[in-house]
Write a protein that binds this ligand. Structure first.
Ligand code: FES
Length: 64
């Protein structure tokens, strides 16, 4: 499931990062590069991706 189109980041990568960084979005951006280019995927209504970063973090927190 794609979370960031610009940097080709999949949900599994975000989930691993959330294990380490919790809901610290800045740390997750630094670690994965998600959301660091066009920034569309930082918005919950971004239509370039399957699951924008804020929603991916929420889902990961609920699954861990
Ligand atoms: S889609 Fe994530 S930075 Fe562009």
């Amino acid at each position: 499931m794609l979370v960031c189109d610009c940097n080709d980041v999949e949900y599994d990568v975000i989930k691993e990062s959330v294990k380490k960084h919790g809901n610290d979005i800045e740390a997750i951006k630094d670690a994965t590069d998600a959301g660091t280019t066009c920034e569309c995927c930082l918005e919950e209504d971004c239509d370039k991706v399957d699951l924008p970063l804020p929603l991916a973090i929420k889902r990961a927190l609920s699954e861990l």
